[in-house]
Write a new protein. Structure first.
Ligand SMILES: [Zn+2]
Length: 613
């Protein structure tokens, strides 16, 4: 039987409309259901991609139009009486460029198939063929298998640095790739462009490809050296069991600041910017961190997957309370692999963990909705805070839960077992057997590692809205870490109780400390601060608030005189007056090694980090 076929082409890329042809043979039945996904794996909220479909023309083999009607927002019922081959011509508006979207312009055709590939629900297990009608100088970056082997061309001299580039087929032909079923197709994005830069290396029989699209000067030796190191650490952790024998990192490097990654079966798309920063300093560490995170997803979520998403149902919400495992454990390991393999310094891993601590303590949602319930509700209000302090984060709280779980397993098993063993067990017992795991399976696996009950921990921290402070202090003490708290260095955070954005041209209120003097005086989220005591604010509230609050002369007490803010919100100005509080509102949280570790702490730290204390 011929595979279901998808042909991608375009005529006027500046209009961002991708022309797609869907061809399915062996149609039987008077009516055929056609579905487009309503969401994409990796983002647990509805995307409603059908809103980007502009034209939809189903026809038979001879080009005769077929009548149809829509059954839901993304489901079409097509009249296929006496039709053997269904040929649908439709187009998709692709103007958004991020790690999970599709985008077309005169420089590239970038497709995340789950956005725009329709399917016949009862035929999702059939093989799919993709054909791209693209200019002959375009290179295709993807994990889809090309039906004609790529032509290897040596481009480097150093055996470690360079191997070969892949080319598209010669002029006059078309690029074709295959996926073994719809799920694989949906999880195999591709970028076709004449400007892609590529390199690869092989580790333990697995081919790792690095593709860079956009303005970028890849530092190949640094990239391959560091990727080799953290990937090796992931292989060691998972005892060499790999879900794929070929993996592709697809980078979109953008000219502006950007940070977004999406995991797939055998690939990831990572969008980062700005171009001039990504190969150096902290931005390069961010590139490594997100790459490590997304690669670990090839195990955790792509293979080890909650039962309620096994398989994915693209038509509706796939509710799960296990986001603290899918994203939390992956967030923890993403950075931890960099540390354990020696790429991150002590400072860098502490900074990474402390970012999640800070998020936790700044967010009063910790007292409102548990991380498990927040995972479930990602389908309700997505990834941006709509109601202040309503939810917690499967990334930050999830990472802290994973961190504590790891340390507790190590403690109860006297360093014999760890979260590594939990993930390996889930891989062997569920992923390999093509089964999903449940909340009970996860907790049971954790408990099996130690013979110790985790009832209390799960009840109090995973399933209850709670501050993690006490549990964290207790857990991190095992490896000689301490939780440090200090007052926010920003006067307005400490004594007014507001945080403002530092990156936008306008100084906007982005967080308000509950019951602070500023809140009681009537400040609101998104208020733009225009002036303080009559002086214009232009991204310098930090300086002005500090100045106004400092003592007038040495040995004088802090100046707690009343301050007056003029704020603008939705075109209306208001005057807000309050006296800075003597109470301390926002604080800064970070973890650090103790200066007086015990021998046991040193030993535990060494077992955890593979480093000396
Ligand atoms: Zn993730």
């Amino acid at each position: 039987m011929n595979p279901v076929k998808y042909i991608f082409s375009y005529s006027e890329p500046q209009k961002h409309l991708i022309d797609i042809e869907f061809i399915a043979e062996n149609i039987n039945g008077d009516e055929t259901t056609i579905q487009l996904p309503a969401w994409r794996p990796g983002r647990y909220e509805l995307g409603n991609f059908a809103k980007n479909v502009k034209q939809f023309f189903p026809q038979d083999k001879k080009g005769n139009p077929l009548t149809f009607h829509k059954a839901t927002k993304d489901c079409w019922k097509i009249n296929t009486k006496n039709v053997s081959t269904l040929h649908i011509k439709y187009n998709y508006y692709a103007v958004e460029l991020n790690a999970g979207s599709s985008f077309l312009d005169d420089k590239q055709l970038y497709v995340n198939p789950v956005n725009c590939c329709v399917y016949i629900p009862e035929r999702m297990n059939e093989a799919c063929e993709v054909e791209l009608k693209i200019p002959n100088n375009y290179i295709v970056a993807t994990s889809l298998k090309p039906d004609t082997p790529p032509i290897p061309i040596a481009i480097g001299t150093s055996p470690q640095e360079s191997t070969f580039m892949r080319k598209t087929l010669p002029f006059g032909e078309r690029w074709r790739g295959v996926a073994s079923n719809y799920h694989e197709l949906a999880d195999s994005p591709f970028i076709a462009s004449p400007t892609i830069q590529h390199n690869l290396f092989v580790m333990d029989g697995v081919e790792f490809n690095l593709w860079f699209q956009g303005e970028c000067k890849p530092n190949w030796s640094k990239l391959i050296n560091d990727f080799f190191i953290f990937i090796n650490e992931q292989f060691v952790t998972m005892k060499g069991v790999t879900p794929t024998n070929e993996y592709h990192f697809l980078f979109h490097i953008l000219p502006y600041r950007f940070y977004h990654g999406v995991e797939h079966l055998s690939s990831t798309v990572i969008a980062l910017g700005p171009s001039y920063e990504v190969m150096r300093g902290d931005s390069f560490l961010e590139l490594l961190s997100i790459s490590s995170h997304e690669l670990f997803h090839a195990w955790n979520i792509k293979a080890i997957r909650p039962a309620e998403m096994h398989p994915y149902d693209y038509t509706k919400e796939n509710y799960s309370r296990l986001g603290f495992v899918c994203e939390g454990v992956t967030t923890y390991y993403g950075d931890f692999f960099l540390y354990r393999s020696g790429i991150y310094s002590d400072f860098e891993v502490n900074r990474a963990l402390s970012k999640h601590l800070q998020n936790h303590f700044d967010n009063f949602g910790r007292y409102n909705l548990s991380v498990a319930d927040s995972s479930f509700d990602s389908w309700l209000d997505g990834y941006t805070e709509i109601v202040p302090h309503r939810k917690t984060s499967i990334y930050s709280e999830g990472c802290l839960i994973a961190f504590m779980t790891d340390l507790m397993i190590r403690k109860y098993s006297n360093n014999e077992r760890s979260l590594d063993d939990v993930m390996l067990h889930l891989y062997n017992e569920f992923a390999k057997k093509e089964k999903g795991y449940t909340e009970v399976d996860y907790k049971t696996t954790v408990e099996q590692m130690t013979g110790h009950s985790f009832d209390e921990f799960f009840r109090n921290y995973v399933y209850k809205a709670n501050s993690y402070e006490n549990a964290l202090i207790e857990c991190i003490e095992y490896v000689g870490f301490q939780l440090h708290t200090s007052f926010s260095k920003k006067y307005h955070e400490r004594h007014y109780g507001i945080k403002v954005s530092e990156t936008t041209p306008a100084t906007k209120v982005i967080a308000i400390y509950p019951n602070s003097v500023a809140e009681k005086a009537g400040i609101q989220l998104n208020d733009e601060i225009i002036s303080i005591n009559g002086y214009q604010i232009k991204n310098n509230l930090t300086e002005w608030s500090k100045y106004l609050g400092q003592p007038a002369f040495a040995n004088a007490s802090e100046d707690k005189s009343e301050v007056t803010l003029i704020v603008n919100n939705t075109g209306k100005t208001r005057i807000i007056t309050f006296t800075p509080s003597s109470e301390d509102y926002y604080k800064t949280y970070f973890i650090q090694k103790t200066s007086t570790p015990t021998e046991a702490q040193k030993k535990n730290f060494n077992a955890w980090s593979k480093r000396k204390f």
